[in-house]
Design a protein around this ligand. Structure first.
Ligand SMILES: *[C@@H]1O[C@H](CO)[C@@H](O)[C@H](O)[C@H]1NC(C)=O
Ligand SMILES: *[C@@H]1O[C@H](CO)[C@@H](O)[C@H](O)[C@H]1NC(C)=O
Ligand SMILES: *[C@@H]1O[C@H](CO)[C@@H](O)[C@H](O)[C@H]1NC(C)=O
Length: 310
């Protein structure tokens, strides 16, 4: 589980043919541009050949949902002292201009990435927006989450997106520098495992074996990873199609022998290592109809598994 097993892990989880990526990915979050979880995600996508831009809030803005305001000059230093007071409203790492902060909300950071950074650095729009992994799961109640807000903003701008969140048992809001200074900490190990899971997820979702669109218009995905306490290897995890809110009266897409998808909170709480995947409406942040779930199911069918019946 310790890295350099990273490369080995990649070779085992991924079909070698798919190691050639190249899709243009914009990364956002709400925990801020310098937390370990988001930098681990950036690093692994960049290392595996994706074209990546990170555009995240300058500070921790967890819990700010879909709030939005024009970015302003920095008056509170960027998190972990990564930029001083009076820095510009938007800034980047001088050694790596792919790493950007925006001194405003998660939604504004992702919109800046789509409208300003992507044309400059990609020469066009991103193919996909990865929001997170967030520090802490986002289950059932989605409107407070800035990570969900950022994913929704992308979907509304016509860019397919997904929000990813890892258990707060395993992740905390620590600086990206701890990935190197304390690689055997739970946070560093979890950041790396969750990043590999997101890579594996994208590998299926973005596969060009399926015709476009990647996701139905106006929808996004909410993916939640359980604690790594009993799941010490990325190969232990299985993805399960879920719904945001439990609803016994709803008729969902038929899968695993039923037309009732399990609720995401129930799946993440199961014993074992089950990651939930819910399709949500980017405007209402609620569940979508069976046909829309079905479009996602058919795209992810090779990846999805059935949850044990509880
Ligand atoms: C980040 O913000 C959230 C929401 O205000 C808060 O609960 C959390 O403690 C903050 N994290 C840090 C490291 O200050
Ligand atoms: C900026 O990038 C350099 C080179 O990758 C890295 O050493 C440094 O820690 C980064 N700083 C921030 C705040 O991202
Ligand atoms: C890990 O497994 C033990 C034993 O089954 C269980 O008591 C504990 O709750 C599990 N921890 C998590 C975080 O799932």
């Amino acid at each position: 589980m310790r890295f350099p097993t990273l490369l080995f892990a990649l070779l085992t989880v991924l079909d070698p043919a798919s190691l050639v990526h190249g899709e243009r990915i914009l990364i956002g979050n709400d925990d801020g541009w310098a937390v370990a979880a988001i930098r681990a995600q950036f690093n692994i996508l960049a290392e595996t050949g994706f074209d990546v831009i990170l555009s995240c809030p300058a500070i921790n803005l967890s819990g700010t949902g879909s709030l939005s305001a024009p970015p302003t000059i920095v008056i509170i230093p960027c998190e972990f002292g990564t930029c001083p007071i009076l820095s510009p409203a938007e800034g980047f790492n001088a050694s790596d201009p792919r790493l950007n902060y925006v001194n405003s909300f998660p939604v504004d950071a992702v919109n800046y990435g789509i409208n300003t950074l992507a044309p400059e650095l990609f020469g066009g729009p991103p193919d996909f927006v990865v929001s997170g992994p967030n520090v802490g799961n986002n289950l059932e109640v989605l409107f407070t989450s800035g990570t969900i807000g950022a994913a929704s903003a992308a979907a509304k701008a016509g860019i397919p997106s997904a929000a990813f969140s890892g258990s707060s048992d395993s992740l905390s809001q620590v600086s990206y520098t701890t990935l190197d200074s304390d690689p055997s900490s739970t946070n560093s190990i979890a950041s790396n495992i969750y990043s590999i899971l997101t890579l594996k997820f994208l590998d299926t979702l973005l596969s060009d074996l399926h015709p476009p669109p990647i996701l139905p218009a106006g929808t996004s995905l909410n993916v939640n990873y359980p604690s790594i306490a009993n799941c010490t290897n990325e190969a232990d995890f299985q993805f399960v199609l879920t719904r945001v809110v439990a609803d016994a009266s709803a008729t969902d897409v038929e899968t695993c022998g039923t037309t009732h998808l399990p609720a995401e909170a129930d799946v993440v709480a199961l014993e074992g290592c089950f990651a939930s995947v819910s399709v949500f409406d980017a405007s209402t942040l609620g569940d979508v109809d069976a046909a829309t779930q079905g479009a996602v199911l058919s795209r992810l069918v090779d990846l999805l598994r059935c949850a044990p019946v509880s």
